[in-house]
Design a protein around this ligand. Structure first.
Ligand code: UDP
Ligand code: MG
Length: 315
């Protein structure tokens, strides 16, 4: 490969005012690499209402490397990124935000790590200065929780600013789930990873589209899609309650009816009823836990993730 092709995937939602700056920055980067690489810039217009698509189309006329995919409506960043990866033809695919929060000047660093054998290169935010306190706390809590309950390890502050090589992109394209979190899916794939710390700039123009509500929804969804822990908790709780109230019930039965209140516990009829009640509630919760196991099984089958991911074959 003389000049490997590098695909840059950029999801854009109402980013009209950032496009020409971004395009200039990208052009500059690839010039600075002395044409060691060919490039394609895949702009995905995610149903913007501000003429983003027209602006990208203008760019396609002056620069043949610019490609446009324009959605019929807003599908969300995760889907836009997935469409970009699907249409990318490069030996490596780099994804970055259109608002210049992911500095394009770092692309040579990503490429260097890739050339040195990394299959996934992940940008990690060194600071969160543009984030509000509540977003910061939310993010910390999110990573703690998801780290504890799911079996995909996620690094805090890791971003969507990433490079993946061709094998990873091909594997990524086999995912069929509709509700998706690009980061989590790439993390799930494994492969040799490297990290690059960067300072996230302030967003260049316009406003962040991920409101707190949207972020919360995304977080809840990724809990549910990466683990059935919340439902299993019910099962564990049920087992605990059944066990404790069962023991208590047996003790009360012997004390009251076999030894005729020898220890003078004076357990009233309503107290006995309460113990029986709690015991039954425990059984119901336990059954919920069992149902969780069945749902997990169905979920695994319907998500239809690849059973395994191959790095290389020599048959
Ligand atoms: N984006 C998108 N579709 C959406 C929301 C956002 O394609 O529905 C793009 C947006 O244009 C930007 C990137 O995703 O390039 C990150 O969005 P934003 O800056 O709003 O998020 P944040 O920086 O807060 O993570
Ligand atoms: Mg942003």
């Amino acid at each position: 490969m003389e000049h490997p092709l590098i695909s840059v995937v950029i999801p854009c939602y109402n980013e009209k005012d950032n496009l020409s700056r971004l395009h200039q920055a990208l052009t500059g980067v690839f010039v600075s690499l002395n044409s060691r690489y060919d490039a394609e810039f895949l702009f995905i217009d995610d149903g913007s209402a501000d003429g983003t698509a027209a602006e990208i189309e203008k760019l396609t006329q002056s620069d043949l490397r610019v490609k446009l995919i324009s959605f019929s409506r807003n599908f969300g960043k995760e889907i836009a990124t997935s469409a970009g990866i699907r249409h990318a033809r490069g030996a490596a695919v780099i994804m970055l935000d259109a608002d210049l929060q992911h500095p394009p000047e770092l692309i040579p660093l990503f490429l260097e790590k890739w050339q040195n054998g990394a299959e996934v290169v992940v940008g990690v935010r060194a600071n969160n200065k543009s984030y509000s306190l509540i977003k910061k706390c939310g993010a910390t809590l999110y990573y703690k929780l998801i780290g504890a309950i799911s079996n995909t390890a996620m690094v805090p502050r890791e971003t969507d600013f990433r490079l993946i090589n061709r094998s990873v992109a091909d594997a990524f394209n086999t995912f069929t789930e509709r509700q998706r979190n690009t980061r989590a899916l790439i993390d799930w794939l494994g492969f040799r990873r490297e990290y690059i710390e960067f300072n996230a700039n302030e967003r260049a123009n316009g406003q962040a589209k991920y409101s707190l509500g949207k972020l919360f929804h995304l977080a809840m969804y990724s809990f549910v899609s990466h683990s059935l822990f919340p439902l299993r908790i019910a099962g564990y709780l049920g087992t605990f309650i059944t066990f404790c109230s069962g023991l208590l019930g047996i003790a009360v039965f012997f004390e009251r009816y076999v030894f005729h209140d020898a220890l003078s516990w004076h357990i009233s009829g309503s107290a006995q009823l309460a113990i029986i009640n709690v015991f039954l509630i425990g059984i119901v919760l336990m059954c919920l836990g069992v149902v969780a196991l069945y749902i997990e099984n169905i979920q695994n089958e319907t998500t239809n993730r690849p059973m395994y991911v191959i790095r290389k074959k020599k048959l």
